[in-house]
Design a protein around this ligand. Structure first.
Ligand code: EPU
Length: 418
């Protein structure tokens, strides 16, 4: 019997939970180890399926990976430049090895990522940037093949921001000849985390975290130890869990500044928020209020919190709307939430949510990482019946120890099968 997560909801969550290291910071940081022949040590690496997939990919490329929470990555004997289909198809972030391989070895062969559950997700902006830096890039038997003797700095204007595209070009620019300027770059904190680590290794990057990033190429990098930033989406998910259960949860070891747009909307939704330098306390005692969100690149409301916010809105006191502007198909959670009693009408990129008095537990299916998180939240908020979530591997891609962390806050949640 495949593994499932069972939830008996209706318990207000109370207590403290610690945010893990950020998945979307850890993955590019791990890929960055390919840029130099020495040992890179990463601390606060979350134990996730995507991290294990990235380890497998790096090992395939010849990187020696040792340890878990503290991960040592030794690229001394690297030389294989091919990211195979079997690994890329399970994790699109595998494309993050493209920039570093090309920059260090002058060549890369990376299986072209296909579409996924949340949309088509092409990599044309990564490729256009590498071409502007002098690479020859072509498609061959489903693989993106890139070659360049040495990349040259260039000015690259992204037609729209892309997170992993920006990260790939930052990594490529670090070892390129001369200056690379990235305009309309992604401003996500994970991009800054990557740049901070690279600067510690001897790179010369300024402006990361803004839309204009400047990189002065260097000839080599030196080993360093770096601590992965806390996961802002995991943090936001626990805030939503406090809200949907009418609980009182403090998330420790997080960065409130990374969650400004989320905190703002959670307050509008009736959640009382207090914060300190590295903690957020979320309390909800008077019911959930209807609030509208539109997803946007950072510092806007993150698409990675859209499904979780929608779960919260299913129990609000009125009509709310969620508009998804980043990914065209990121509404797979809607029919599942409706099976639990939610009242949601979809039209193209908009969801209209009419708050209902209660949700009821039901068997539901996880379709992608954040959709699964929304089903967990709905299960926690359901006041009758048991929610049974199948395909839990989606959750395990991006939430470290989610069920145990929630159980620690008093949730009745357990795994079965597997
Ligand atoms: N896009 C293109 N061409 C490109 C690149 C992107 O058209 O060359 C489009 C995408 O299809 C999408 C938009 O641009 O419509 C933005 O995509 P982006 O490239 O920023 O997304 P990503 O880098 O593939 C990262 C995160 C995602 C997160 C998005 C948006 C990692 C490893 N992944 O993906 O995280 O949703 O940014 O913030 O950092 C998740 O953690 O659940 C997740 C999906």
């Amino acid at each position: 019997m495949p593994e499932r997560i069972m939830i008996e909801g209706g318990v207000p969550l109370r207590g403290e939970v610690t945010a893990s290291g950020a998945k979307n910071a850890a993955l590019p940081l791990m890929a960055a180890s390919l840029l130099m022949p020495g040992k890179m040590v990463l601390e606060n690496v979350p134990d996730l399926r995507d991290v294990r997939t990235m380890k497998k990919l790096l090992e395939h490329l010849g990187v020696r990976c040792e340890g878990d929470g503290t991960l040592s990555l030794d690229s001394a004997r690297t030389g294989n430049c091919e990211a195979p289909y079997e690994l890329v198809k399970t994790m699109r972030a595998s494309v993050l090895v493209l920039g570093p391989l090309l920059a260090r070895f002058g060549q890369a062969r990376v299986s072209q990522p296909g579409g996924c559950a949340i949309g088509a997700r092409p990599i044309n902006r990564h490729v256009a940037g590498l071409e502007a830096m002098g690479a020859t890039v072509y498609l061959e038997h489903g693989y993106v093949v890139a070659r360049a003797d040495r990349l040259r700095g260039a000015q690259i204007v992204f037609e729209a921001p892309t997170v992993t595209g920006t990260e790939n070009l930052v990594m490529a620019g670090v070892l390129a000849e001369g200056e690379t300027v990235l305009l309309n770059a992604a401003r996500e904190p994970e991009v800054k985390d990557l740049a901070d680590a690279l600067n510690l290794m001897g790179a010369r990057i300024t402006g990361a975290g803004t839309a204009e990033i400047r990189i002065q190429g260097v000839t080599s990098l030196t080993p360093a130890t770096y601590t992965v930033m806390p996961d802002r989406i995991e943090t936001g998910t626990y805030i939503a869990a406090a809200g949907i259960t009418g609980g009182d949860v403090t998330v420790r070891h997080c960065v409130p500044d990374h969650l400004r747009a989320v905190i703002e909307k959670m307050k509008k939704a009736g959640i009382d928020i207090e914060e300190g330098e590295d903690w957020i306390r979320a309390r909800c005692g008077n019911g959930i209020k209807a609030a509208d969100v539109i997803t946007d690149p950072f510092p806007g409301f993150p698409t990675d919190m859209q499904a979780q916010f929608m779960a919260l809105m299913t129990l609000s006191d009125g009509l709310s709307s969620v508009t998804e502007t980043i990914f065209e198909q990121r509404f797979m959670h809607v029919p599942e939430l409706c099976r639990m009693g939610a009242d949601i009408t979809l039209s193209e990129r908009h969801a209209a949510i009419k708050g209902v008095r209660s949700l009821s537990g039901a068997p539901v299916m996880a379709t992608d990482l954040r959709a699964s998180a929304s089903l967990v939240l709905a299960g926690l908020g359901a006041t009758e019946g048991v929610t049974e979530i199948s395909r839990v591997y989606h959750l395990d891609r991006g939430y470290e120890d989610l069920d145990n962390k929630l159980a620690g806050l008093g949730a009745r949640i357990w795994r079965t099968g597997g």
